[in-house]
Design a protein around this ligand. Sequence first.
Ligand SMILES: O=S(=O)(O)O[C@H]1C[C@H](O)[C@@H](O)[C@@H]1CO
Length: 632
Amino acid sequence: TTVVVNGTASHSIPSTLWGQMFEDISHSGDGGLYAELLQNRAFQMVDVSDQATALSAWHSVNEAQLTVIEETIPVSSALPNALSVTIPNGSSSQVGVGNEGYFGIKVDSSETYNASLFYRFPTASSFNGIATVALQTSTGQILGATNVTLSGSQTSWLQVVATIQPTITANALTNNFTVTVDGAALAGQTINFAMFSLFPPTFKNRPNGMRVDIAETLSAMVPSFFRLPGGNNLEGQTVATRWQWNNTVGPLVDRPGRVGDWGYVNTDGVGLFEYLSWCEDLNMQAIMAVWSGFALGGTSIAEDDLGPYIQQAIDQINFAVGDPSESDAAALRASLGHPDPFPVAHIEIGNEDFFAPDTYTYRWNQFSTALQSAFPSLSFLATSDTFNPVLTPNPAEWDIHVYQTPSWFAENSFIYDGFERNGTHYFEGEYAAISTNPNDLFGTPADGRLTFPTMQSSTGEAAFMTGLERNSDIVFAASYAPLLNLWVQHVVNSQWTPNLVSFDSGNVYPSTSYYVQQLFSLNRGDEYLPSTLPDVSGTTFWSVVRNTSVTPNKIIIKVVNTIGIASNITFQLPFAVENTATVQLLTGAETDSNTPTAPNTVAPQSNTITVGDTFTYNAPGFSVSALTLTGS
Ligand SMILES: O=S(=O)(O)O[C@H]1C[C@H](O)[C@@H](O)[C@@H]1CO
């Protein structure tokens, strides 16, 4: 194959092209990126008639009697439940409650942990003493402990905070957080607790922040945008359980949480302020979704009843970007310490509204008309099938999702070449090769579903991404989905596979597809150089871009080989280049995966090659390469 490169750029490449899509799926948020270590910390949205579920992740220590109750005096209107702990008579040991975290709690003696809890004695007592807040192994070895004072006269809620400085680093993840008291001194008495919390150090030391190792892994991809809060998890199964921005901001004790769309309660500890602060921390634009009047259980809000939901969306956007002197929601943002607007340019109206196209016609019309007039500088994305049904006003932007087979991605890298250039722009908001079975894409691993990305799926995605880069005159953003999943006890504890990054309570496992996303994101150009087009039904793909922000310019050639046979490609450049180029290379066998049990099967490698204005590159089998040449 000979590729003739054109020295005149066809178009500039948007700075937002490569980024991340996020939602709380498979514990991506609670138990994942969100650094809170305790699971079910505030007994949110639990049914006290089902104590086993209400107590999930909690256990009794030395026979304390635990009951999740609907408090007569709740700690807040948002958190009606509390944990009642009754100390049995006749006990003489440390008695209380333990939490197992999200399938483990990593305890490292080089880190300081911040614990907090609310307590009250429902019946006043003369007790004045301590409770021991500790981290301990599953076999009871104390790793770190601190005492807090409890007073029996405290019948109203009081929050106590404590730092725990472990003296031992646990060599296993199966550790517990415990709160215990002297059983003898408190025999027969009851203490109520509410909203426990335990944080390790957070990314950029943000209060209520993100888990450092996962945050650093996501940051290392240098994403330019972050889509939030979903995905399905925006929508709710019912109108009442939809994601509502105003329930996710302010003090944690005022956040009710919600029944998420992926089978678990969301604490909403990562609320809109945390999401948008995270975007700033990683220098990302938010692609922020607003609920569009459709719940996944099938309910659409009637045409004449959309007003309050449109107002809620206006308030959400004002919280993000509004003027504090003109909007209460913006003033709330300022009161939380962020008077300036957050970086938001694109607002998505709903998610995958191709599930409800008949009502999306009026829902899109009303939401986009009202929001565009309220926020003239923002652009709005439609989420139904492109141009079907016809929407008014005509959407300037669409969010297109595709889950397919590795070969589909390799065979469809030209999909956008055929799109009309009519001023419309596209966000490839969710894409991933998820199964080798085109007839059962969403099936089980036995039917071809991928549990983790493989070099076959990741090179298929890379081929598709060369097409996104070639068509970045109309594709302004693209993100793999889902981003994260919690891997538990060697069982994929997720509602979805494969995922870009897996993790457990102590480790992060970047996949082969993560390294492909990172390779494209780290090797960007700001303008596209046309070249001999790949064979649409071929097995090798490439894209050539130029980075004009440095002098001399860099020419970056991405080369993808989607089969196991190495391929020689000759490039002819219309300008002189230095005779050494760097190569970032990801290569492996067809079914190679990075998994929690084999995390480094495939890792990016760097080397140099000799080049010239004409040179031949040997692309290894199942490989993605980024060649960086220097103009001279
Ligand atoms: O069941 S699906 O609709 O395929 O769910 C997909 C599409 C949805 O936007 C996202 O939340 C989810 C996985 O990333």
